[in-house]
Design a protein around this ligand. Sequence first.
Ligand code: TNX
Length: 582
Amino acid sequence: MTANDVTAAIIPAPVRVERGAGAADLRRARVVAPGLEDLPALAAELLRPAGVAFPAAGSAAPGTPIELRADAAAGPPSSANPERYTLTVTGDGVTVRAPGRAGLLHGLRTLRQLAGAAQAAGRPGEIPALTVTDEPRYGWRGLSLDVARHFFGPADLRAVVDLLGHYKFNRLGLHLTDDQGWRLEIPSRPELVARSSGTAVGGDPGGYLSVTDYAELQEYAAARGVVVVPEIDLPGHVNAATHAYGELNPGGLPTEAYEGIEVGFSRLHLGLPATEPFLRDVLGDVARMTRGPWVHFGGDEVHTMPPGEYREFVRLCQEIVGAAGKTPAAWQEAAGAGHGDTDAAATAMAATGGPGGPGTTAGTTPGAAAAGSGGAAGAAAHARSGGAAAAQAAAAGSGGTVTAQAAPGGSTTTAAAPRSAGVLEQDPAASPVRAGTVLHYWDSRAGSAAFVRAAEAGGRFVMAPAERTYLDMKYTPDHPLGLVWAGCVELRDSYEWDPAAVVGGLPAEAIDGVSACVWTETLRTRDELFSMLLPRLAAVAECAWTPQEHKDWESFRARVATEAVTWRRDGSAFHPTPQVDW
Ligand code: TNX
């Protein structure tokens, strides 16, 4: 690799790079960071593995300076982006300037990649002279990680935070609760972890984060520029809760523990007296325990609830989170779309024997279909994985007409029933979304009208279209890990898309950013997890950061090959997709 090539190592690609003459010698370096006490230690932690040594203070040869400076004039001309930075490398040393801590960290991350590339080229510490002037396209650059289906503990989560920081992500969503397990201690509701944290998919070991674990993780993440966004999935995906507290079920008895991977069968009941106090306790505690501004209340795949009750849940959860001083976040269904659209399963259940689902011991769901269980959850899963039968059953149950609609991107998802007329006409004008609520878009089978209405109501959007950013999808049909309901997602699929072009009619200003998601039904170890994240997470990073017109697949695939050296160095598993010449 030549000195020039070293600059071709930066992912996500920066807004602007200008080459200078010469190089800085960082084989021995020191950090100068006036007024930023914690940064020298973090800078050393980031740069040391990349071949930069830091002699002890007071040593005779103090090393080349790496200066970190607060500077409002840094970044692209006249930019007001709070994350902007300028990195300058000359023969005399390195300077990172930024108006805030976020930008200084970004500059250090860019330097870390340059140092890693120099190391990979066999010239550790030799950083070519250049100026990088940079800022992110979007302010929300996230990964949502499912720790409920399989548990990943503090050490794994710190490794994920390190990886996120490396690619300039700034949000870690934690999917903390689902049917299979409850993973966060809730002081006001001790039975949640006492009774429901020990299980996981397939009988694998469970676990949970204590109040202290959670606080320490947030501190670790915050120091590295990453805000933790906790997700408590409500009012569906709640079997762990209904297993811990029988009063949440109509019969008053706990449901059985669940270790399968179906979705959509469990739910809360707004009409039960225990439900609202439960929501207030749980969301209140989570809000108090959370440093960041957001609490995510789920809202996805509630296949067994009447739409009116669902909307009330959405309103109530937003109200509780808001009253607790946080900004609500939710999956796209909270906009009032998707619930009906992908709701073939709900009606399918009415046709095929009603709700209940695996492990339900507490009787049945009032308001929906008749008693029984027989394969209800299977129908729910199939509605997502493209079961035309579910759509047919839905039509049969509602008296509607089936119009099978192909999923975008030629994925394996082939059919979803249209929402029934009853759902459509229920309240077409009013969006249940409050101004400021952050909606996570994931399922491209939903129409766009409800999202446009949500944006008009002040809703914000984070784009996580499954066929691009669901990193639990298999790379190829024969890949040993992952699911396929949104199709296979190869590296190039994760790279070549524009977040602003996903939902027709959604104003670009309503989009706050991009998120990758990794669900862990099939992932049990850190290596399995990382092999699904890498290299695709790097592609999503560039979609979230780099201006669309600067993105280039050929350039990316060359740069990502250089990154593999860093992954091997750091012991991070990755999938060597044939789309890259590793
Ligand atoms: C959909 S995305 C889900 C999850 C599954 C995932 C599997 C979303 C909001 N819900 O419950 O784990 O698909 O890919």
